[in-house]
Every structure is written in structure tokens, then in C-alpha cells.
Ligand binder design. Structure first.
Ligand SMILES: C[S@@+](CC[C@H](N)C(=O)[O-])C[C@H]1O[C@@H](n2cnc3c(N)ncnc32)[C@H](O)[C@@H]1O
Length: 212
């Protein structure tokens, strides 16, 4: 089933990211939209989780919350979504279950009258909270824009934080346009890896060095 409303192939920065999220998110899952904006990502997630799932959607702007509610109501999906007029830095205060996915679409509200943008420090803090809530094989998906003032700073600080995550615990992947210049948008996905049994538990003797 093609759930993508505007499928422009790879011209759309979110195409691969959404195709992967569609595979990972199952009916009944709990997910978070950390930046609701005009609700397109919230709507996408509401479709992915099905009738028995739930989406928590955050935004600090009332305009965004109203626009998202209207979009969801138009599609008859508002009952799957809890809209929170709050910063995503309060994710841990409002979501107490394990989640399958957390989606961030950074930057500013498209068509908004002001230029309230996501900020490096709060974005990193919210990502940290999301990482602690993720189920195994769960995904944090970020779409990052660098063309606006503050965008490059946020991109650099986010990349620096994510580059330091343990490769045992997380897989961090980036999708970038090589032919669109250094300010082009890109996506990042972080998977919480499946826990593996410690292959060398400290209490176990190495048979090769046993002197008895
Ligand atoms: C690029 S827009 C999101 C687009 C949206 N996902 C959509 O599908 O239309 C970024 C949004 O992040 C919101 N935002 C900025 N700082 C935030 C914060 N600390 N917590 C939650 N939302 C924030 C802005 O108000 C804006 O609506």
C-alpha cells in the first residue's frame, strides 16, 4: 500500500525514511511525532499505527497544533493521536510506554507567519529522551534542513552527538544528496539495536588457560 501523499521519489527527502518507517511500524504500535507542524507526518504515523495504535504529537506553536488537529479530523484519524502543545523536551514527562518510532522534522513551520525554529540544544535533548524510550529495533527518524539561519548549527551539533553513540547499542545512518550542495536537506535514522548476549561474560573461565 502506498501511504505517501506526495511521492516524488528521491526528490522528496523523506521518501526512503517513510518507506522504512512503514516497514517497521506495526498495527498497535505507539509512536511519537516530535514536531507536528502542519500534521503531515502525524497523519502518516496515524495511518501506520492503525486503529489500535497511538501517536503522541508535540509542537510548541498553537498554529501547528490547530493545523494538525484539522488535518487529522479531515481524515477521521484524530482519535489515534494525542496532541500536546508542549516542547519535545517534555517527551519523557508525557510518554511512559516503549515506542516503536520517534519522528523529527526539523526547522520551521512551513507557511508559518514567524520563524520559530527547532534549536540544537533542545533537539539533542529530545533525541536523548527518545532513545531511552525506543523499543529494540525501534527507529528515531530525523529530517534535517540546513538552508535557514541556525540550521547548520543544529545539523552540526546533532551530527556530533549522534556520531558518539555506541555502535553496539545504536545504528546511525544518514541519507544525503551528494549533488545538491552543503546546505541541502538530509535524513538520519537511528535504530536501537537488538541486545545480544555477552559472548565473553567475565565469570566464564577461558578453557585454553585453565591450569588444572
Ligand atoms: C518543519 S516543521 C514540522 C513539519 C511537520 N512535521 C509537518 O509534517 O508538517 C518544525 C516544527 O517544529 C516545531 N518546534 C520547534 N521547536 C519545537 C520544540 N522544542 N518542541 C516541539 N516542536 C517544536 C515548530 O513549531 C514547527 O512547527
Amino acid at each position: 500500500m502506498n501511504r505517501l501523499p506526495d511521492h516524488r521519489g528521491l526528490q522528496d527527502t523523506q521518501t526512503i525514511l517513510k518507506m522504512y518507517l512503514e516497514q517497521v511500524i506495526r498495527e498497535g504500535d505507539i509512536v511519537i511525532d516530535a514536531t507536528a507542524g502542519r500534521g503531515r507526518d502525524t497523519l502518516f504515523l496515524a495511518r501506520c499505527v492503525g486503529v489500535t495504535g497511538k501517536v503522541f504529537a508535540f509542537d510548541i506553536q498553537e498554529e501547528a497544533i490547530l493545523a494538525t488537529r484539522e488535518l487529522l479530523e479531515n481524515f477521521g484519524l484524530a482519535d489515534r493521536v494525542e496532541l500536546l502543545h508542549k516542547s519535545h523536551t517534555s517527551i519523557a514527562d508525557h510518554v511512559h510506554d516503549r515506542v516503536k518510532a520517534v519522528v523529527f522534522n526539523l526547522g520551521y513551520l512551513p507557511g508559518g507567519g514567524n520563524r520559530i525554529i527547532t534549536q540544537a540544544a533542545t533537539t539533542v535533548e529530545a533525541v536523548q529522551q527518545g532513545l531511552t524510550l525506543l523499543e529494540e529495533k525501534g527507529i528515531i527518524a530525523l529530517t534535517v534542513y540546513r538552508g535557514h539561519e541556525g540550521g547548520q548549527d543544529e545539523s552540526q551539533k546533532l551530527t556530533s552527538f549522534l556520531s558518539g553513540l555506541s555502535k553496539k547499542d545504536f545504528s546511525v545512518v544518514q541519507g544525503i544528496y551528494l549533488n545538491q550542495g552543503e546546505l541541502s536537506p538530509y535524513w538520519i535514522m537511528i535504530q536501537k539495536n537488538r541486545r545480544t548476549i555477552d559472548e565473553n561474560p567475565p565469570s566464564e573461565k577461558d578453557p585454553g588457560t585453565d591450569s588444572e
